[in-house]
Design a protein around this ligand. Structure first.
Ligand code: FAD
Ligand code: MLT
Ligand code: ZN
Length: 488
């Protein structure tokens, strides 16, 4: 049941008149699509959230987006903006019958300036495609994540995605220079600045970075891209304890300095999920002589291969000699570079293949990070739902901890045989309580979406929430844009 105008065949007729191509609108209401064909827009990546949107619109230009928004605003039709639909908090799918506005067809690179490194591109450009475009010119997109083959750069900005190289390139709040946004009433905000410095009033674009489609549709971005490191290397270590991971992190920062570009960690349970997934796909291969309870991945990126290799080898030797790690593998070529990265990047996909995954993404001080995973296991054990309790079929098959160590960002994936209220009640709000006890954030990088909207109070005080509600109302007085999400 929705509180907004119910979409009808009449609306479809009007929307078709706005859109230039017949293929830009798919609907079950006029027979141009079946429910199955709309499932990939209505269901999320985890198959946890299922909308019932009967209409998908895929505009081809900013003007078309503007006309669609203006029409929906006048008619009181609710809208869900959708990029690559890789979000992990149910933000990109309808809750009821909201119209899905998918940005796939806005996919052109608009310009690139090799002197400043500023890229201007449509919101629907796929992250990997943007990075390939930059690679040809010797530059790199200042964000990388496991979903790069599907997620959109507009979606990345809308979620303020963090990813694997935030440690090196910082957050999108720093690298995004400008945005073009269509507001809920159809107004086009032309804010595609290419300036690094501009102190003329409020920095409006910052409001849209991480706004998760609640106050406007991002149609293009302008972003500062660094030079691509000419030498990149990666090493993965097995370690005996979380304390050891922290020591290695401190050593890596000290010894590698400016060339350290990523420091990721994952636990034995995460590694087991990846190995199982790789075995099932015929990619079985022994990586470590000695496995451990923990693993860390260190990436370097610099401009002098010899210099970088010497530093990384020296670190490796130091760690082995001082028995800080159990084992280590240094990539010998670009194939091994990719396969070592896969050990970390494949954790989400492997967990997804193993069952229905309850995903948590939190920020806490680095020293306390892993204690949250242990507390969660204890809680599930007490609830009698961990597979290790002798239950042959779950309900909880694994509790995996991994994340962006350098950013104090922990991911806890709880793999269940299926999503049930009983299991969810054991996990939530307990997980948010233990994050709040540590003065952490209940969402480090995935956002609030529909999943965490009710729990924002664990990380934000009343005054902050009130200010957010006022901002939402200012941009979207009818509450039509991505309803039931973010702040409710
Ligand atoms: P969608 O999922 O389509 O949308 C996400 C949210 O943004 C929704 O609320 C939607 O309404 C809104 N939105 C999308 N496009 C627009 C737009 N143009 N204008 C306004 N609102 C819009 N996230 C991280 O932060 N770090 C990671 O390391 C990371 N790794 C991932 C790995 C995997 C395998 C997967 C599946 C996901 C990962 N994610 C990660 C989560 C996800 O990929 C990111 O949040 C990504 O930025 C979402 O982009 P998208 O285009 O898929 O957006
Ligand atoms: C990651 O770091 O792998 C991502 O945030 C995705 C995830 O945790 O599922
Ligand atoms: Zn992550």
């Amino acid at each position: 049941h929705s509180e907004f105008t119910k979409p009808t065949a009449e609306h479809i007729k009007d929307l078709r008149a706005i859109l230039s191509a017949p293929t830009s609108l798919l609907s079950t209401l006029d027979g141009t699509a079946t429910e199955d064909e709309l499932a990939s827009f209505n269901d999320d990546w985890m198959n946890k959230y299922h909308g019932k949107g009967p209409i998908v619109v895929k505009p081809r230009t900013t003007e078309e987006v503007s006309k669609v928004m203006k029409y929906c605003y006048e008619k009181g039709l609710a809208i869900v903006p959708q990029g690559g639909n890789t979000g992990l908090v149910g933000g990109s799918n309808p809750v009821h019958d909201e119209i899905i506005l998918n940005l796939t067809n806005l996919n052109q690179i608009r310009s690139f300036d090799p002197v400043s490194g500023v890229l201007v591109a449509d919101a629907g450009v796929i992250l990997e495609a943007a990075d390939h475009h930059l690679a040809e010119k010797g530059f790199i997109f200042p964000l990388d994540l496991g979903a790069k083959g599907s997620c959109h750069i507009g979606g990345n900005v809308a979620t303020n995605a963090g990813g694997l190289r935030l440690l090196r390139y910082g957050s999108l709040h720093g690298s995004v220079l400008g945005l073009e946004v269509v507001l809920p009433d159809g107004t086009i905000w032309e804010g595609l600045s290419k300036l690094r410095k501009d102190n003329t009033g409020f920095d409006i674009k910052q409001l849209f970075i991480g706004s998760e489609g609640t106050i406007g549709i991002i149609t293009a971005i302008s972003i500062l891209c660094p030079r691509r490191p000419s030498a990149m290397n990666v090493a993965v270590f097995s370690l005996p304890s979380y304390e050891a991971v922290q020591k290695v992190y401190a050593e890596a920062k000290g010894q590698l300095g400016e060339i350290l570009s990523a420091f990721e960690f994952f636990d034995r349970q995460s590694y087991a999920l990846v190995k199982k997934h790789q075995e099932e796909n015929g990619g079985e291969r022994k990586v470590f002589e000695t496995e451990g309870d923990f693993y860390c991945l260190i990436e370097t990126g610099g401009s002098n291969a010899e210099h970088d290799e010497a530093k990384l080898s020296a670190l490796l030797e130091h760690l082995m000699e001082n028995e800080m790690v159990l084992d280590g593998v240094l990539a010998q070529d670009s194939t091994q570079f990719q396969s070592l990265w896969q050990l970390r990047e494949l954790v989400p996909e492997s967990a997804g293949k193993a069952g229905s995954v309850y995903k948590y993404d939190v920020s806490v001080p680095v020293g306390k990070m892993y204690s949250l995973v242990e507390k969660m296991r204890t809680k599930l054990r007490e609830g009698g739902v961990l597979e290790e309790d002798g239950r042959p079929e779950g309900p909880i098959r694994a509790v995996a901890g991994y994340g962006h160590m350098g950013d104090g960002n922990l991911h806890i994936n709880i793999v269940a045989n299926k999503y049930t209220d009983d299991v969810e009640k054991i996990i939530e709000p307990y997980i948010y309580e233990i994050v709040a006890e540590n003065e952490g954030s209940i969402s480090a990088e995935h956002g609030l979406g529909v999943m965490k909207a009710p729990y924002i109070g664990y990380s934000k005080n009343e005054t902050s929430i009130e200010m957010m509600k006022k901002i939402k109302h200012l941009f979207d007085p009818k509450g039509l844009l991505n309803p039931y999400k973010y702040i409710v």
